[in-house]
Every structure is written in structure tokens, then in C-alpha cells.
Design a protein around this ligand. Structure first.
Ligand SMILES: [Zn+2]
Length: 422
């Protein structure tokens, strides 16, 4: 089937490079992009047209790090640093997901909130619970969200009797979970919570499973000073945190590492050389006082950087708000660096929240020919009247900072329109 999206088309092909096409046409064939152009080619005259008028057709967002079972604690309990925050607030909330009705209700709401805010791709942590993890995957798939979800592994330093597995149980349940994943657009990813939570035996087993089944890995790295010190105590033979993953075959191409706030030059080089992908979580890093990550420096050094809402350390699920928080935080970094480092521009923030994430899933740059369409349409009609008429690029900047969910009138995921508001 041939379809055309008509409106102001804004995508980003590389960091800081924005492509704006006023009143352009995006050609779609069976959900795949066939081109972006100024007029309709003759042989497309019969295609169905989705006319979004003066709306902004933008790329949808990729949230590369968030915790599904922390959604119930969104916007609460951010008065403690990481390790106390996990023990006091997070583990008891995640334990609730042994209750499958509760999991169903929570995950249905989360999936709906993600897609209606324009997030069409995710890499998400579930809890320890195999059955609740399948429910999360099913609800995301039903809503039109695509990507990876991981059942969390944790056989030490959790809350024994409340939220912790035995080693054998963790391995067995991981295999049972993997064998039961039959979703079209939501795939499994191995998810050791972090080094502190997993014995060497468990980490070795996960490394083996990753290799045998060709699975990707997601975890946390160098988020907070106490966490780093404790990790070093558990692995006194290592110099740096990243080596505790490398030891077990978990440090490889496509491994996602959230935070990396305190990764030094040597660790950052190890990230780059292995093809590990950084997930920068600006809102969470500030909320629980983890630190101010030098993102701009990471980009200058050639690391792959993506963005995550990291709910519920992060308190904002919509990625347009996460992008704005990322830009603000990069300015804080600049002030801390005595104005020696550059901050991120809006165009750069948009790239990190869209193309940088989509590439993880094999997509090209921007609205690339051959890719399934992942897009949103923003209607900014109810933003305050400006002093002078705005260019499309100025409207784009305002949309990043000022969009609310109701402004997103259409969402396309994997080539299908999954949200439509009149
Ligand atoms: Zn996290």
C-alpha cells in the first residue's frame, strides 16, 4: 500500500544536523520510507494522503533506559542517593510485580503513556518476575511500542525474602523466560541489574547465554561514587568498573550501559573500542544526585551516546522533556567546567533522543529510505502567540521545550499509525 504524509518534515541525519522541509511529502510503501520530497512524484498520484496541514512531522523518540516496574513510584522518593534509594524505595515497589493483575494494570498504563508521548522504541528493565515480564512485553507490543525488554537478574545485595533470587533459580528462570518470548516487535535482552546485584557464577552464566543465543546485554555503569566503591570491593582484581562486565563476556558490541557519569578517560575508551552504547540519563542523574555527566566530551571522543528517561530515578517519561533536561544539564556541566566545555544544542539533543537511539535497532539516519516509519506529528496550535511569525525551525525548538501530550496528534511505529487524534 502507498501512503503519503504531508506537512513540515524535520529529521536529523547526524549530530547537530537538522533537515527541515517545509510543506514536504514523506512517501511510504507498505510502512517503509521511499523518500522525502517537495512535490508528489507522478506515479504516486493514487497514494492515500495523510494531510497534517501546518503540523510538524518529526522522528519519534527512542527511550534507551527505563525501569517498567518503577512506574508506580514516578515523581516520588528522590531524597536519597542511589544505594539507599534502591533499598528504601525501589526494591519494595518492584516486589509488587509478583502480583500479575497489578503488573497488567501498571504495564498497560505505561505502554499507553509511552506511545501517546511519541516513544516508539525502548530498551527497558522489567523486574525479577518472569511472568510479569511477559505481561510487560505483551502490553508494549499491543500498544505499538517496539524494542527490547529484560527480565532482571539479581542474586545478591537485594532484599532477601522480598526481592532477590537464588543463583540457580535466576539462571533457570532466565532460560524459561527466553523460551517463552514470542513477540513480534519486542525482543529479549539480558539484564544483570548491575555488578553489585549478581554473583560471579550468575554473571558467567549470563555471559554464556548471551554468546550461545546471540543476545544483547543492558546494565548500569559508574553511576554513583558509593556504587563504584562497592563494586571495586567485590572485584578487587579489577582496575575499573567496566572490567567486571568484560570478565564474563558481557562487554561487547551493542551492550547498553546506563549513566557512565563517572567513567574516566580509560573507561570511556573501553566503551568506544568495544562498541558499547552509553545511555545518558540526565534527569535521573540530577534527581538522585549522582553527578553531572560530561556528555559533550563523550561525543567529542567518538562514543555512541543515546538518551534514557530512566524512570523512576528520572521523573519524566516523555522524551521531549528528557531532551530538554539533557540540554539543561549539559549547560550545568559547562558552568562546572568554568565555561570550558560546550553545551548541547536543541538540534543535538533531538539527534540523541531520536536517530542515535534508532540506529541501535538497525535504522539509518533520519527518515532513511528503506526504514519502517517511526514518526510523530506535533500540532502547536495552542502554544502562546509569538511576537513575530516563526520559521519551522523555530517552531521545532519550541516544540522540544513546550510540547504536551495532547499536541502529539499522530504517532507512527514500524510503519503503522498507532495513535491518531483529531
Ligand atoms: Zn536504571
Amino acid at each position: 500500500m502507498r501512503e503519503i504524509l504531508k506537512g513540515n518534515i524535520i529529521d536529523t541525519l547526524a549530530l547537530g544536523q537538522l533537515r527541515v522541509r517545509e510543506q514536504g511529502y514523506l512517501l511510504l510503501e507498505d510502512g517503509c520510507i521511499r523518500g522525502v520530497c517537495d512535490s508528489v512524484p507522478e506515479d504516486w498520484a493514487d497514494a492515500a494522503v495523510h494531510d497534517y496541514g501546518d503540523g510538524l512531522i518529526m522522528q519519534s523518540f527512542a527511550d534507551m533506559h527505563l525501569h517498567g516496574p518503577q512506574y508506580p513510584m514516578l515523581g516520588m522518593g528522590m531524597d536519597l542517593p542511589l544505594m539507599d534509594w534502591l533499598d528504601t524505595y525501589t526494591f519494595p515497589v518492584e516486589a509488587r510485580f509478583a502480583d500479575l493483575d497489578y503488573a497488567r494494570r501498571t504495564y498497560r498504563r505505561l505502554a499507553s503513556d509511552l506511545i501517546t508521548n511519541g516513544t516508539t522504541r525502548v530498551c527497558m528493565f522489567s523486574s525479577l518476575h518472569t511472568d510479569a515480564t511477559w505481561i510487560l512485553m505483551e502490553e508494549l507490543e499491543k500498544a505499538g511500542v517496539t524494542g527490547y525488554v529484560g527480565k532482571v537478574n539479581m542474586d545478591r545485595n537485594g532484599k532477601p525474602g522480598v526481592l532477590q533470587e537464588e543463583t540457580e533459580e535466576s539462571i533457570r528462570e532466565t532460560l524459561r523466560w527466553l523460551d517463552g518470548c514470542h513477540f513480534e516487535h519486542i525482543k529479549p535482552i539480558l539484564t544483570p541489574r548491575f555488578t553489585i546485584s549478581c554473583t560471579d557464577e550468575l554473571m558467567a552464566a549470563l555471559g554464556r547465554i548471551a554468546r550461545e543465543r546471540g543476545l544483547y546485554v543492558q546494565s548500569h555503569l559508574s553511576e554513583n561514587d558509593q556504587e563504584i566503591a562497592f563494586t571495586h570491593e567485590l572485584h578487587p582484581d579489577t582496575q575499573r568498573y567496566w572490567e567486571t562486565y568484560d570478565k564474563f563476556g558481557l562487554w561487547k558490541d551493542h551492550t547498553l550501559m546506563a549513566h557512565c557519569v563517572w567513567s574516566d578517560e580509560v573507561e570511556r575508551r573501553a566503551i568506544r573500542d568495544a562498541g558499547v552504547v552509553v545511555v545518558h540519563c540526565a534527569d535521573s542523574n540530577t534527581n538522585i544526585c549522582s553527578g553531572v555527566c560530561p556528555v559533550k566530551r563523550m561525543l567529542d571522543e567518538g562514543l555512541q551516546v543515546t538518551l534514557g528517561s530512566d524512570i523512576a530515578g528520572g521523573a519524566q517519561l516523555p522524551m521531549y522533556k528528557v531532551i530538554a533536561a539533557t540540554i539543561r544539564t549539559s549547560k550545568t556541566r559547562r558552568m562546572l567546567d568554568n565555561w570550558q566545555s560546550d553545551f548541547l544544542t536543541v538540534e543535538e539533543g533531538y539527534y540523541l533522543g531520536t536517530t542515535a537511539g534508532h540506529r541501535y535497532f538497525g535504522a539509518g539516519e533520519g527518515f532513511a529510505t528503506g526504514d519502517k516509519l517511526h514518526a510523530i506529528v506535533i500540532n502547536d496550535w495552542d502554544f502562546p502567540e509569538t511576537a513575530k511569525p516563526l520559521s519551522v525551525q523555530q517552531r521545532f525548538e519550541r516544540a522540544i521545550y513546550m510540547t504536551h501530550r495532547h499536541n502529539i496528534v499522530s504517532v507512527w511505529s514500524e510503519g503503522r499509525e498507532v495513535v491518531h487524534r483529531d
